[in-house]
Design a protein around this ligand. Structure first.
Ligand code: MTE
Ligand code: MO
Length: 334
């Protein structure tokens, strides 16, 4: 097995990944219904506070070697870090410990159940309050030049990862469709594929919908991601294209996008509709605003042995302060 050194993750590598983008093989999933409903359990409870029938799972790379993910793309000889010095989360955790409720509520089952998820052909329909509505196919999406962005992803369940994403700013795609002056928010929708997604049996308000205010969506930190660790996205991470909003709780970063609409009113999101009032629209990371059932003061950074303090706006406050008149106001944190 060839080991790829960190130094090999170069722009060329990024370019190759972009050219490959996404391939998929047709395979029907064998898994059916998984477990009973967990009423009121939203993007989950923190792992040390399991709730109603939702087993907690420790990430265990060795217990989870799906063949296509088995080769580590980077060695840890010279660990790579983000701008705060946090080491990149091991690849096996990034592809083996996932929240993707359309497949399963169990983080270590998602990769197996989503294996073979067909993501080609694929289209993203972009419309609503725009002058130039457009449907992007995989070739159109490939035309956007990708860059590597290493950002932290902080799940509302109080764990986090440092992920080297490949992607491009959402603003570039939005500029192509030309939002009209009436557009105030962006509404995103994940694919709804009952044949391939056994988790859709769960009584949640599908499809998975998320939203951003237009200026949040246009911010340079807001990415459409098509890959990570120099490779195309695996289904469990939201192939072929997903959102990444690093200063907000992870549930905002929806996966496998098929529809983007510019709208006038704040959209009703999946977790706002189904999360029992525990998950609001803004969801900006704030260690001082507790979830109704647990503290958000610290998080378990995967790959590290200790919990680390959670940072205000997940450490991106300087970059995103311009978006919020009064960062101290509590309203931004639900
Ligand atoms: N469509 C969809 N998108 C989703 C989710 C989901 O269940 N369905 N889970 C969210 C949550 S809670 C988190 S923390 C991140 C996890 O992303 P990752 O598995 O790539 O680390 O995806 C988000 N996007
Ligand atoms: Mo999450």
């Amino acid at each position: 097995m060839k080991k790829i050194r960190p130094s090999e993750i170069t722009p060329e590598h990024v370019y190759l990944s972009r050219r490959r983008f996404m391939t998929g093989t047709a395979k029907l999933l064998a898994g059916a219904a998984l477990l009973a409903a967990c009423g009121g359990v939203a993007p989950g409870a923190p792992e040390d506070e399991p709730t109603a029938g939702l087993p907690t799972q420790a990430p265990d790379a060795t217990a989870f070697p799906p063949s296509e993910d088995a080769v580590e793309p980077a060695t840890s000889e010279a660990p790579q870090t983000d701008e705060l010095g946090n080491v990149w989360t091991p690849y096996q955790s990034v592809v083996g410990y996932n929240n993707y409720y359309e497949f399963s509520l169990l983080k270590d089952e998602v990769a197996e159940l989503s294996k073979g998820f067909v993501t080609s052909p694929w289209t993203v329909e972009v419309g609503g309050l725009v002058s130039n509505p457009r449907t992007f196919d995989l070739d159109d999406l490939q035309a956007f030049e990708v860059e590597e962005r290493v950002t932290r992803m902080r799940c509302v369940e109080a764990w986090s990862m440092v992920i080297p994403w490949l992607g491009f700013p959402l603003s570039r795609l939005l500029k192509e469709v030309e939002p009209t002056s009436k557009a105030k928010y962006v509404r995103f929708e994940t694919v709804l594929d009952e044949l391939q997604m056994p988790g859709l049996n769960q009584p949640f308000p599908w499809p998975y919908v998320e939203g951003l205010r237009l200026d949040e969506a246009m911010h340079d930190l807001t990415l459409l991601s098509t890959g990570l660790y120099g490779r195309d996205l695996r289904p469990q991470n939201g192939a072929p294209i997903r959102l990444v909003v690093p200063w907000k709780y992870g549930f905002k970063s929806l996966k496998s996008i098929v529809k983007i609409d510019l709208v006038e009113e704040m959209p009703t999101t999946f977790w706002a509709a189904g999360g029992g009032g525990e998950y609001g629209f803004w969801a900006n990371v704030n260690p001082e605003v507790s979830h109704p059932r647990w503290s958000q003061a610290t998080e378990r950074l995967l790959g590290e042995n200790q919990r680390v303090p959670t940072l205000f706006m997940n450490g991106y406050a300087e970059e995103v302060a311009e978006l919020y008149d009064d960062l101290g106001s509590r309203e931004w944190y639900y």
